[in-house]
Design a protein. Sequence first.
Length: 702
Amino acid sequence: MNTQFRLSVLAAACLSITYSSSVLANTVTDEAKTLSTIVVTASREGESISNTPAAISKITNQDIVDKHATFIGQLVNQTPGVLMNDLGNEQHMMSIRQPITTAAVYQYLEDGIPVRPVGVFNHNALYEINLAGIDNIEILRGPASSLYGSNAIGGTINFLTKAPSLTPTADLGISASSEGYRRLDIGASNTFDTTFGQQGLRLSAYISDRGDNWQDHAESNKQSFTLRHDWHISDATQIKNIVSYNHLKADMTGSVNANDFSKRPGYSYQTFTYREVDAFRLSSQLNHSWNDQQQSQITLYYRDNTTEQNPSYSIRTDMKNGKPTGTYSGQTTYNTFQSYGLNFQHSATLNQVKLIVGAMADHSPNQGKTNDIEIFRNPETLVYTGFRQRQLLRNFNVDVNNQAIYAQANWQILPTLNLVGGARYDWISYDFDNKLIPSKITGAPDEKRNFHKASPQLGFVWNVTPDLDFYSNWSQGFVPPEVSSLYGANLITPNLKEATFHNIDAGLRFRLFDDQLDGEITLYRLEGKDEVLSYTKPDNTREPRNAGKTLHQGLEIGGTWKISDAYDQRLKISGSLAKHEYKEFQPSTVLNYNNNTMPGSPKSFGTVEYQIKPIPELLLSVEGIYVGSYWINDANTEKYNGHTILNLRANYRKNAYEIYGQILNAADVHYAESTSFSNNQASYTPAAPRTYLLGLRYHFGK
């Protein structure tokens, strides 16, 4: 399906559907007033952060506007305890109270709705978000399973879409970089008075393309659209409908060995690996206020997602008796799911107690196919030159069902003391249908598997002074085994347990010196039991296994110092000091990783940014990003030394015109975004060299 056809189909769908809604919560964009910020992720409703006993941070619309990010990590990495690495073409991994990982320990939401269903996690799922249509981002660190169910372990990231403007506005922008990245942004919005109430519409879209650049086999293109319509039926009743579509086709460059990483980091062994994604989401939410004390909300949603790929990460060296044979194998994969979901929530306030109760149901039929391929490689250049289809390995359907009930109570026990308790109970089922004859190659016989789990939470927040909050929170979360972990190419389905996590954290939020300094400090301890980890066997194949126990503990800090009103000078910092270790993990009778540090776990990382406005129209910023050293294998014998990079940005806006420029990795540091260890050697995913980006934008009606 070519791009022009996809765009025409999407445009027709956008014009033929009814949209509507109200803003989920009012936002405060003044970063200095941290304790007055309204957040929705911690309770699913608008709530002052000063009443929230959770480690939650907010990236405001002004942050997003100022950053002109081409990658979501450029925004979220300024949040305490968050590290999102860039694998190229919007592909990524995440670290929030976890190692840099591909594991299903994060929940990604769009206006409170999970981007993907349980059991079908994708660590790259944020390339299915249209950042151009996002107003602000909320990041809740630590387990949030009492509200959002499984996977909300390391953190929950909620992308809140832009509401329609009250008056006609539009935006048109173009940008390009020295490394082949080009982008067109389009936006339009307005609100109308109609016979049936006030209705607003906003379209946010961008089209990007990455051509020839510093790296071989690294081209991509993406089209992203978000259409939102808010219907204010009355003061008591509002409806919000959102349609979102994201298409990405990207080459997969893969990693290189240590010698090539050192001498020619732009070199790629790949010539045919790729990933192509189509992600469509549609939701409709009805909000009704029965009176000042009671409100109800019902949300219907639909997802349609397809991923086809010939991934670089599946290419492996064939082994026999523990020795390489000189031949290579890989897999092409196809995975698609459709989701039909419903979430109902009701809140009631009685004196000092606010109670939220809710229920949800999600039905997500999932289909998957995997083909085995023989891969040809030039032994001198190390380039994979081509492949040949050999055998259909997997052809299956899995009906994934998730039902849950949840409740949360917020009790203002004293004027300065707020208690919050909540719980959720999930029922999850997988109905597996193997379309092939079961075998060690084609997979297990048909089966049904069920998981059910309670997720409690208890916390308090003490408003010590109007400018100082102290909070503590205990919560439990869980992660069921992924569909891909259970139903791989094995005759016997592995007996994997759901992973369970217990978290306790305590933190301070503060404003000091007449709002000149605001920030947060959080301590946490997260214990995991039966985490599902990917273990590399002697034949170079991988299999999922439950680790006995893991421990994640650390310190997260963040803050903004308003240095001077002269030139609006600000200094922003965020960072993490942490340790992630195996407490019990013995994958075989001869391997014992107990008390070892988990791979991909830097002890420290963080950002520092200085901003200044020498004139009101011009914003200049200097940003430093630090990632400490970390082990890259379970045995803790191979290490990546870490890196520090520098980014420079300038934004100039005069009336409707805006021009901005960036120099990313300004010192041209040679570093890796990701490292791994297999076949007794380290592999590196090289990061981009110094990159210049220039953008122009015109704002109509502002």
